[in-house]
Write a protein that binds this ligand. Structure first.
Ligand SMILES: C[S@@+](CC[C@H](N)C(=O)[O-])C[C@H]1O[C@@H](n2cnc3c(N)ncnc32)[C@H](O)[C@@H]1O
Length: 211
């Protein structure tokens, strides 16, 4: 049965998030409304989701993975290094009856590989660590995504330094920026040092394509 976008956001917002978030892994959950807007951008504007394999690197508790099912992907592979986050994701997909579409995979992104010859089009959609705690954390996500994807969507802090870094970094992989969508991402309080319950941060959603 088809459901409205509003109802879909409501269901995802009511799923569980990190119980004991790990600061070194930059574990926070995207709010459901941002997750669904991103997925609408990829699925509606660019038709990058329907019948495609979706890879969510750093899937955490699964909001982007779950949101992507709105556009009926072939399958969603939700990859995270942290088993406890994936156990919450498993609970969430069970609740929303998405177990036949979303497959959790526990792996360090560094070692995650897909043989793209066996699969149809692969779209990676990810909200990686920004590299705030470990400076190079975001690079390995981009590097791996470029290795097996046809299209990559990735969220990064919106500032000139980050943009310049990304523009240079991706060149050596023979990828290019196709589109940059600026938006306000609402972060929910995850750590004790977060003073506000919710905080808006300026981010860019990048759409990367091969040169
Ligand atoms: C910013 S959170 C995003 C969570 C979720 N995708 C969301 O948007 O709500 C980053 C996620 O990346 C995961 N992560 C960090 N380093 C990783 C690595 N090397 N390999 C796999 N996952 C990693 C963390 O455990 C965390 O769940």
């Amino acid at each position: 049965m088809a459901i409205s976008k509003k109802e879909f956001i409501f269901r995802i917002q009511n799923t569980e998030t990190f119980i004991d978030p790990k600061v070194e892994l930059e574990q926070y959950s995207i709010d459901a409304s941002c997750a669904v807007d991103i997925i609408f951008f990829a699925g509606f504007e660019f038709n990058d989701i329907n019948q495609k394999i979706i890879v969510d690197l750093g899937a955490g508790t699964g909001r982007l993975s779950m949101a992507s099912t709105f556009f009926k992907p072939a399958h969603v592979l939700s990859v995270d290094i942290d088993l406890s986050a994936l156990l919450i994701l498993k609970k969430n997909i069970k609740k929303l009856q998405l177990e036949n579409i979303i497959f959790p995979i526990c792996s360090d992104v560094k070692y995650f590989e897909i043989s793209k010859f066996l699969l149809p089009q692969i779209t990676t959609i990810m909200n990686p660590p920004f590299g705030v705690k470990k400076r190079t954390a975001d690079r390995i996500f981009l590097e791996r995504a470029f290795a097996f994807s046809n299209i990559v969507y990735s969220i990064h802090l919106a500032n000139k330094g980050v943009h310049n870094f990304i523009s240079n970094f991706i060149r050596k992989y023979n990828w290019k920026i196709d589109y940059v969508l600026p938006f306000n991402m609402i972060l929910e309080r995850s750590f004790q040092f977060h003073r506000q319950k919710k905080k808006k941060i300026n981010v860019n959603l990048y759409r990367f394509i091969k040169k």
